[in-house]
Design a protein around this ligand. Structure first.
Ligand code: KG4
Ligand code: ZN
Length: 405
């Protein structure tokens, strides 16, 4: 005779088997065209990436010294269909097998966003699939939950070529802004300084972004050249970021060194102390990021925005793949009792996977699905969430960076 408990457990097991056969797996097709990557991916509800297509325009824009929006648009138009098809082909599924389509509609370059949105509108008109518009920065912040269990609320630092943002992720669609960039984003400074140093012609930096080139050449360099130079909002007790001062002092330093070493822009030679210049700029950017992060920790602890048992800092965006910055943040987190989580570099840069996953998060909760897909508009500027920067400023928290160097 089976005991009641065993009988119940067999019924439960059979039932759950029946149930899992019965419940259809869900798939979201994600599409990203907000800047200079055309990305598409298919993800499942359990976070498996079963298909991906990605084309980067970065090499083309590097030659022009920055993204030209009309060119970016033309390049997105040229390849969006084949990128989506790559993702679907790899997944061995048909568009009709998708549960929904999620596409970046904000923020970003208008002409780039337009391509993904127009393509999606045509696709959903043809297929009747539900359409989930996605906020690009929210997607960056949520990616981590695709690869590991991270519960809300957690702190997020997003650092890329266009953004620098400290935010508290309280839910899939619920973010608080603690601080943001007031001028140049850190990746932009890396790119502009790399260009001043003409690293795109350097034999060791072929095919690398400005930030990657600077990181590579910084190895073994001295970090001292810019210490004490160029203000980074020293008197503002906020979590906002300013990197324009770093850019100015780096430009001045390069000009001085070029004069001293008699190097002109048309020359094929490079400054002798490239490692010191790269390491000093990298250090200065890192130092500023770390002081802001320390203030954010203290603010979140004081206000109980982040509970003691979930002290997590997620760092993402292209600049997050820099290992000097990662190590510095790791040390900073360690001292203040936080855990640092960085998604793998491939998921930190722009891609279709993060958009598909953000769409899946919304789909699971039944939120953010458009009632009228053909009326969805793109928004070049759109805040990630509620701005509480003035409350951070009022808290007037004095901090010192953890000595990470
Ligand atoms: O997130 P992302 O792929 O795209 C946009 O910002 O649109 O980030 C690209 C930025 C570029 O500015 C690039 O120079 C920077 O991230 N970056 C890095 C590194 N890898 C990429 N910056 C510093 N160190 C790196 N290893
Ligand atoms: Zn991005």
């Amino acid at each position: 005779m089976l005991g009641m408990r065993n009988r119940l457990s067999i019924i439960y097991k059979n039932h759950s088997k029946f149930f899992s056969n019965f419940v259809k797996q869900r798939f979201v097709l994600g599409i990203e065209t907000s800047c200079d990557e055309t990305g598409a991916a298919v993800v499942t509800d359990s976070g498996d990436v079963i298909g991906e297509g990605l084309r980067s325009q970065k090499n083309i824009h590097v030659k022009n010294g920055g993204v030209i929006p009309s060119l970016a648009q033309a390049l997105h138009r040229e390849c969006i269909h084949s990128v989506v098809q790559d993702a679907l082909d790899q997944s061995r599924l048909d568009i009709q097998d998708m549960t929904a389509v999620a596409t970046t509609t904000m923020p970003g370059l208008a002409l780039s966003l337009m391509v993904g949105l127009e393509y999606t509108k045509q696709m959903v008109a043809r297929t009747n699939l539900p359409f989930i518009p996605v906020h690009h920065m929210q997607a960056h912040a949520l990616t981590v939950r695709m690869i590991q269990r991270v519960e809300f609320p957690f702190l997020v630092l997003l650092v890329s070529g266009g953004h620098c943002l400290l935010t508290v992720a309280r839910g899939v669609d619920d973010f608080l802004i603690l601080g943001q960039c007031l001028d140049n984003a850190p990746g932009e400074v890396f790119d502009k300084v790399a260009r001043k140093l003409r690293l795109q012609h350097h034999p060791e930096c072929q095919g690398l972004s400005g930030g990657q080139a600077m990181e590579k050449l910084a190895t073994g360099g001295s970090i001292r050249l810019l210490m004490g130079k160029g203000t980074q909002l020293p008197r503002s007790r906020t979590c906002d970021f300013s990197f324009s001062g770093t850019r100015t002092v780096a430009d001045e330093l390069i000009r001085r060194q070029e004069t001293n070493q008699e190097i002109t822009n048309h020359d094929d030679s490079f400054l002798e102390n490239l490692p010191d210049i790269c390491a000093s700029v990298q250090h200065k950017i890192t130092h500023h990021l770390c002081t802001r992060v320390v203030r954010a920790f203290q603010y979140c602890n004081n206000t109980k925005l982040i509970p003691d048992n979930n002290q997590i800092l997620v760092v993402s965006g292209g600049v997050a793949s820099n290992s000097y910055i990662r190590t510095a943040l790791e040390k900073t987190c360690g001292v203040l009792g936080y855990n640092l989580i960085c998604p793998p570099p491939k998921l930190c840069t722009d891609n279709g996977i993060m958009i598909a996953w953000a769409g899946m998060e919304k789909l699971k909760l039944g939120i953010g699905i458009s009632d009228n897909p053909q009326n969805v508009r793109f928004e070049p500027r759109y805040a990630i969430g509620q701005d509480i920067r003035s409350s951070v400023a009022e808290a007037n928290i004095k901090v010192k960076a953890v000595k990470f160097w």
